[in-house]
Design a protein around this ligand. Structure first.
Ligand SMILES: *Cc1c(COP(=O)(O)O)cnc(C)c1O
Length: 376
């Protein structure tokens, strides 16, 4: 377990009516190094789309640049433009997974961004931007997820017709796994073999297949570059390698009021939770506007006073009630509860909310006060 100050000790200068999201930059860097080892030393290209899953694409990218990361993936053109601006003079390769959609060519070029081209149409569009100097590009090959990407037939055609890629310098060939979180799924080897064929046709380009979970399937999935997102941020989609990863995000919310609830009284909207015994209930200042999903209303827990405390009643927009009846009387535990963090892992909190670590992270609201901390 990582040694860190108690969550209650940071940010104490902030007003305490708002949730706080602590982003531990040392843990982020440690996860990067762990993934680099897991990827046998091959390139780790961080996926920082959706504002680095809500943790701050600029801060995350700058910290990982210090660790040696040089290629970064975003989803949207606007994300790429913002990152390019923030990276200043740093010569990072910023790859845009949306590719070159209609009207995006000039902006991609102006931003020095590399589109991950998904179709013949996008290839044509990007070629139109090329002047005398060739333009860098990545090719996305669909090997079985049937989302974005060129078909295998299109890839073979392009290999036979280099004129169709004239003006472009294909620096990367990538594909994306559909079921990497199930190492035994037969779609994995199927996709890997197709990808091996595709990258063979573009031998000068870097081959990139594995996302977080893909890194752990087998060394055969690693190729030249891996593209982790969630595992950098502390989520373990495999359910088997969580011990290797450190907690990056700690989300806390303040207790605004503690009240006694008599048997027969209901709690929250709809009145569907009814106390069957005398209860002590803490009302915390976080709700679904902050990312406490309404699905947490049943089965959700938060961590307070050394134990899990169940959510009671419906989560509302700004407030959530938790059962603190069993918290020993008279002890001063401070006024913050942990929603995600060292005691309640991202994956555990996601499971309790009936969702994934991905969705839980990206739904943390803009209202949460973000603090990026380096402890060393
Ligand atoms: C989001 C994404 C990733 C990162 O996936 P994780 O499961 O978060 O590691 C990698 N590649 C592509 C194409 C993606 O869309």
């Amino acid at each position: 377990m990582l040694d860190r100050p108690s969550p209650a000790t940071y940010g104490s200068d902030m007003p305490v009516d708002t949730p706080r999201l602590l982003i531990n930059m040392d843990a982020l860097a440690a996860n990067y190094r762990t993934l680099k080892r897991a990827a046998l030393g091959f390139e780790v290209a961080p996926v920082v789309k959706a504002d680095a899953y809500g943790l701050g694409a600029v801060q995350v990218s700058e910290r990982l640049w210090e660790e040696g990361a040089r290629t970064f993936y975003v989803a949207r053109l606007s994300e790429g433009e913002a990152l390019r601006k923030a990276m200043g003079s740093k010569q990072a390769d910023i790859l845009v997974l949306d590719g070159a959609p209609l009207g995006s060519g000039p902006q991609l070029k102006a931003g020095g961004l590399v589109p991950v081209l998904n179709s013949l149409e996008q290839i044509e569009r990007w070629r139109k931007e090329a002047g005398d100097a060739p333009l860098p590009a990545a090719l996305h090959v669909d090997t079985g997820i049937n989302r974005l990407g060129l078909t295998m037939a299109e890839v073979e055609m392009l290999a036979k017709r280099p004129d169709r890629l004239k003006g472009l310098e294909i620096g990367w060939v990538l594909s994306h796994l559909a079921c990497a979180d199930e190492p035994g799924n037969p779609l994995n080897p199927k996709q890997r073999l197709r990808f091996d064929d595709a990258r063979f046709l573009f031998r000068g380009a870097k081959a990139s297949l594995a996302n977080s979970a893909g890194i752990f399937i087998s060394p055969l999935y690693i190729f030249d570059q891996v593209r982790p997102g969630i595992s950098l941020y502390g989520g373990d989609p495999t359910g088997q390698h969580g011990d290797l990863l450190q907690t990056v995000a700690t989300l806390e919310a303040p207790i605004l009021q503690v009240r006694d609830v008599a048997p027969g009284e209901s709690i929250g909207y709809g009145g569907d939770f009814v106390a069957t015994r005398p209860m002590k209930v803490a009302i915390i200042g976080a709700g679904y506007a902050d990312g406490i999903l309404r699905s947490t209303s049943k089965g959700g827990v938060v961590w307070y006073a050394d134990g899990p405390r169940p959510v009671v009643g419906q989560v509302s927009m700004d407030l959530t009630a938790i059962d603190v009846t069993d918290v020993p009387q008279g002890e001063d535990f401070g006024d913050m509860v942990e929603l995600i963090g060292p005691n309640l892992s991202l994956d555990a909190a996601a499971a309790a909310a009936g969702t994934t670590a991905y969705e839980l992270l990206v739904r943390i609201g803009a209202r949460a006060e973000r603090t990026w901390k380096r402890f060393s």
